[in-house]
Design a protein around this ligand. Structure first.
Ligand code: KIV
Length: 310
């Protein structure tokens, strides 16, 4: 079985970059809204990127993505943890709040972490509201066919992105990071769950690690846009994790990742060059220092000598 790995790697895949096919999102002063994302279905392809702080959100936003997701992949991609299960609501709020400062044009979506929506519907609503009120998110995403929670959160005024297929918060139940929906019956069930999430009010749906024909079937079955990550080319949009796309992850990436840069290598080379310059006294130069007159230097030396003599 083709198992997508949980993360995130430095190794380069020799895949050619294809020319962009997307129509650019309109640039405006106001961030994109959830209804506008929904309405983009069939008109233009949507782009989502994860981010976790102000610089990553700012750079993603400036690149013109439609949605910036503070994903719970924060746990692995940034906090160095083995899976997404331990990231807390407080941590998600903390990082969402930072990311919110970097987003001007995109729709900022925050992931609801493990344990924040599974216990009860009122708790799910309360926690979704906290991501909006305290984190500055304009929508939330939650994993699984949680139609009651989705309906209640939408009723509270918070737009919801669904997430089906490989749902990493169910890692232990699924028995690992496995491609989902390979059997026809399971695939049909996923189509039904997707329809149910749409019916419950989700304005978009992330599809992770499912066979491409199933990604296409779900995309056709829905009026809301699907955002694929390992769900084939026929979804209405695509999402990649920041560290995967930019080559910052420490391990081999899943099959579906295309790496567009090797920032880990570039950063390491830059820091090694800095270290070498410091050690050989090539950094800093006079131009990189605050100047003063020769008179000031002489006077300072004289004064310090006088003090020593006392
Ligand atoms: O947490 C995350 O990064 C995600 C994406 C994989 C969609 O949920």
């Amino acid at each position: 079985m083709d198992k997508p790995k949980p993360s995130r790697a430095p190794q380069t895949r020799a895949k050619a970059m294809t020319p962009p096919r997307t129509v650019l999102a309109p640039r405006r002063d106001q961030p994109l809204t959830a209804p506008e994302v929904s309405a983009a279905k069939g008109k233009r392809r949507l782009v989502m990127i994860t981010a976790f702080d102000e610089p990553s959100a700012r750079v993603g936003d400036a690149a013109g993505v439609d949605m910036v997701l503070v994903g719970d992949s924060l746990a692995m991609a940034v906090l160095g943890r083995p899976d997404t299960l331990s990231v807390t609501l407080q941590e998600m709020i903390h990082h969402t709040r930072a990311a919110a400062l970097g987003v001007k044009h995109a729709l900022l979506v925050a992931d609801m972490p493990f344990g924040s929506f599974q216990v009860s519907v009122p708790e799910a609503v309360r926690n979704a509201c906290r991501l909006v009120a305290e984190g500055g998110a304009r929508a939330v995403k939650l994993e699984g066919p949680r139609t009651k929670e989705v309906a209640a959160i939408c009723a509270a005024g918070v737009p919801v992105v669904g997430h089906l297929g490989l749902t990493p918060q169910s890692l232990h139940r699924l028995g690992g990071y496995r491609v989902q929906g390979r059997q026809v019956e399971e695939a049909v069930m996923l189509v039904d769950q997707a329809r149910a999430l749409q019916q419950a009010g989700a304005f978009s749906l992330v599809l992770e690690a499912i066979p491409a024909p199933l990604g296409e079937a779900i995309t056709r079955a829905l009026d809301i846009p699907t955002i694929g990550i390992g769900a084939g080319p026929r979804c209405d949009g695509q999402v990649l994790v920041w560290a995967d796309l930019l080559g910052l992850a420490p391990s081999a990436p899943p099959r579906f990742v295309r790496r567009y840069a090797n920032l880990a290598q570039a950063a390491q080379a830059a820091i090694a060059a800095f270290a070498a310059d410091v050690r050989t006294q090539r950094y800093p130069t006079a131009d990189e220092s605050y100047p003063s007159s020769a008179e000031f230097a002489r006077a300072l030396e004289k004064r310090l000598k006088e003090r020593q003599a006392c």
